[in-house]
Design a protein around this ligand. Structure first.
Ligand SMILES: *Cc1c(COP(=O)(O)O)cnc(C)c1O
Length: 731
């Protein structure tokens, strides 16, 4: 099933074998033969607005549910492949046609509302949001994980809140890898070629209809950069790439893989994003009042802005110019983990920058390299994108209260000696998630019924929201949750079956998939990147105790896992292999599954369907985390280490805390947290879940679910987050 896109691509390629690949890549407007009264579907497919409206998704799905899944919810691919007969059938279904028209009217009304002007931030001078990855929807696979999903949610909330914002990123020809687990439990990576013409991307053209190109000087050559536009509600997202025929082969691969290349590739990618991104905006006549560097990958843009200023003001010095640039730039750091903070060896970095930009900045090589050091005088220190961003931006923030504190300590050494840690100018805005994207359609229906069509508006009013949630009958909350749990079970069985019939064996090797998973059993989800600090093995630290919980006849527990290890992370791959190798004569085979290829779609089923969402990072490495927020918005209870967002979210009723906030060495912490994990599971989570009243209703559990829905939805919605950015950072 997952292979469909590739198979289909092969067919398409053969069908167009007389054309060159380039022609196919550029045949982005292949005419879709829709009956007259279904033509609006084509239009609707070009704006990702449909993807966060349950009735938008349903318009496509309803046409041919099986094909919709096969096309991985990509409406462009779907409309090209759907059978003509099916289209003609549906074109005679007046109810369906009316639904299309109704949805189109909604889209038009939404799109017609022009962004509001807020003083210096206006349509003419918007916020320019820069990020190396965007996870808007699965049908635009241009992200690797949390950072991308967060960026996608940021754009959707900016759109809903009608804030003038444009976004800039890169389009990766091979995206991020697709995961398969081999017979030996070892992760295999596969990259799909992304054909732009299969996605809701339009080429960015000038008034004469010609493609707009900008150039970036790389390895002694002028590399041509082109751009694509994705429409995210009211927000345009511009994605740059170097796969332009006029470029030589090696340059065409600069934007090849997301986080895949060597150091030099990373540097030149980040040059394309930072320098190329600003140049593109200039060509489009967009003059941002604020540049938001979402993570350090785009920090080179500050150098482009400085060079521009110096060109216009030839008498100015670098100091004067960079002071002006600082006024316009704000920076968000997303992790204290060193792998997440790019650093480059000085000679490699210097090699990637010719003399032109450094000359234009009116600084020496040494001064240039010192911009990226925590200690400017330490010539041995590597060039860091985070120090560059902190130095060149007027504001820097972490993504939770705790992460703000951790970042102030981490970057203290950049500031004059004697600076008090509390005076380090790094603040925080806690991450959030986009409620309409992540709240399951059945919950949205429940809210519509009990709260009204504008339930999403009410989330902004914490008190009113809490009262509204309180009034929903317990039985209905539980029924809704159970529906989602059944959907999850079906999803797990179907994925496992697809895998088994694909003649692969997994931890569920010989298990009858029809018996796999049970909607009445306490279900715990654990899905995240497989990285050491996420401590996947904490749960396995006492296997015997774990298997006892799974095997319990009265009160069993089942687990669903998902997550990718970075292709170069052998430690991470070993952790996965260890998990796959649990073979025990027990219910483990029936009650624990690993879902391959964690992505936005898998995440959706998991966060919506589990009872409990577990997170066990080593403190204080989890900057925020957002998947637990998604689970909370669907009535899942968090069962988590007190780190990142959970320190702010936990109130003793709306979930469970593992361990405490005490500071210890890693080894002690791992041991204590492992013990606490089992302890809380055995004495709090399991008893609370299996406690029922005389009618068999899980009163206590539902009380906690409601508290979670009421308290966490407003606090961790990306509407709240974007509003905070707007008021505290952008303005
Ligand atoms: C939400 C999400 C993430 C980020 O969640 P964490 O809690 O930071 O792990 C990563 N990947 C996918 C696919 C997601 O949906």
């Amino acid at each position: 099933m997952k292979e469909f896109s590739n198979e289909y691509r092969e067919e398409m390629r053969q069908a167009v074998s007389l054309q060159s690949e380039q022609t196919y890549r550029n045949s982005f407007n292949i005419k879709i033969n829709l009956p007259e009264n279904l033509q609006l579907l084509d239009k609707i497919s070009w704006n990702f607005f449909w993807s966060w409206q349950p009735d938008g998704v349903e318009l496509f799905r309803e046409l041919d549910p099986a094909l919709w899944e096969k096309c991985e919810q990509n409406p462009r691919l779907f409309l090209r492949n759907i059978k003509q007969l099916r289209l003609w059938q549906k074109s005679t279904d007046s109810e369906y046609v009316a639904k299309i028209e109704k949805f189109n009217a909604k889209l038009e009304q939404y799109a017609a509302q022009k962004p509001q002007d807020f003083g210096k931030i206006s349509t003419e001078n918007p916020v320019a949001y820069f990020c190396a990855e965007y996870g808007v929807h699965n049908s635009l696979p241009n992200y690797s994980g949390g950072l991308g999903i967060l960026a996608g949610d940021h754009l959707k909330s900016a759109s809903d809140l009608n804030i003038p914002l444009v976004a800039v990123g890169l389009l990766y020809r091979y995206g991020y890898f697709r995961q398969k687990i081999g017979h030996d439990g070892w992760q295999q990576e596969k990259y799909n070629d992304v054909f732009e013409s299969e996605f809701a991307l339009t080429p960015v053209l000038d008034e004469t209809g010609e493609r707009i190109h900008t150039t970036v000087h790389i390895r002694g050559r002028e590399v041509l950069v082109q751009a694509w536009k994705a429409q995210i509600g009211r927000i345009p997202l511009y994605l740059l790439d170097t796969n332009v025929p006029q470029n030589i082969e090696v340059d065409r691969y600069i934007t090849g893989h997301l986080y895949g290349g060597d150091t030099e590739t990373r540097i030149v990618q980040e040059k394309v994003l930072g320098l190329g991104g600003v140049r593109l905006l200039r060509k489009l006549n967009i003059h941002p009042s604020v540049f938001h560097l979402n993570e350090g990958h785009s920090a080179f843009l500050t150098l482009q802005l400085t060079a521009e200023y110096l060109e216009k003001n030839p008498e100015a010095t670098f100091e004067e110019a960079s002071a002006k640039v600082r006024e316009q730039c704000v920076f968000t750091t997303h992790t204290p983990v060193s792998a997440g903070n790019d650093v480059f060896p000085p000679d490699v970095l210097r090699g990637c920058f010719g003399n032109r930009l450094i000359g234009a900045l009116k600084i020496t090589d040494e001064e240039f390299l010192s911009l990226g050091r925590t200690n400017p005088d330490d010539t041995k220190e590597w060039f860091g994108m985070t120090p560059l961003a902190i130095r060149m931006c007027r504001s820097a923030n972490g993504v939770s209260e705790k992460h703000g504190e951790v970042s102030r300590e981490l970057w203290l050494s950049m500031f004059p000696e004697g600076t008090d840690v509390s005076d380090v100018p790094i603040t925080h805005i806690t991450n959030g998630v986009h409620a309409p994207t992540w709240i399951a359609p059945v919950f949205q229906e429940l809210y519509e019924k009990h709260i009204g069509a504008d339930w999403n508006e009410l989330i902004k009013d914490e008190k009113a929201w809490t009262e509204a949630i309180d009034q929903i009958p317990d039985e209905e909350i539980w029924k809704t949750h159970l529906t989602l749990k059944h959907l999850l079970v079906a999803f797990i069985r179907q994925r496992t079956l697809a895998k088994e019939t694909g003649s692969q064996d997994t931890i569920n090797e010989h298990e009858d998939t029809r018996r796999l998973f049970d909607a009445n059993v306490l279900t715990i989800g654990f899905a995240r990147r497989v990285a050491a600090y996420k401590r996947w093995n904490l749960l396995l630290s006492d296997l015997e105790r774990l298997l006892k919980l799974v095997d319990d006849a009265e009160r069993p527990v089942q687990f669903v896992f998902a997550g990718k290890a970075h292709p170069q992370d052998r430690v991470g791959k070993h952790i996965l292999q260890q998990l796959m190798s649990i073979n025990h004569d027990s219910n483990w085979q029936k009650r624990a599954v690993f879902i391959e290829d964690y992505d936005q779609e898998v995440a959706r089923f998991l966060v919506q369907g589990v009872d409990v969402w577990m997170n066990v990072p080593r403190r204080p490495m989890e900057a925020s985390g957002t998947s637990g927020q998604k689970a909370a918005m669907n009535g899942g209870l968090n069962f988590s280490i007190l780190d990142g967002w959970w320190i702010e979210g936990y109130n003793e009723i709306n979930g469970f805390a593992i361990g405490d906030l005490s500071e210890e060495d890693d080894e002690t912490m791992d041991r204590k947290d492992g013990e606490a994990l089992y302890e809380v599971l055995e004495t709090q989570v399991i008893p609370a879940y299996y406690e029922t009243d005389e009618n068999g209703l899980r009163k206590e559990w539902i009380r906690r679910m409601k508290n979670s829905l009421a308290t966490l939805t407003p606090q961790f919605s990306s509407d709240r987050m974007v509003k905070d950015y707007f008021e505290k950072i952008y303005c």
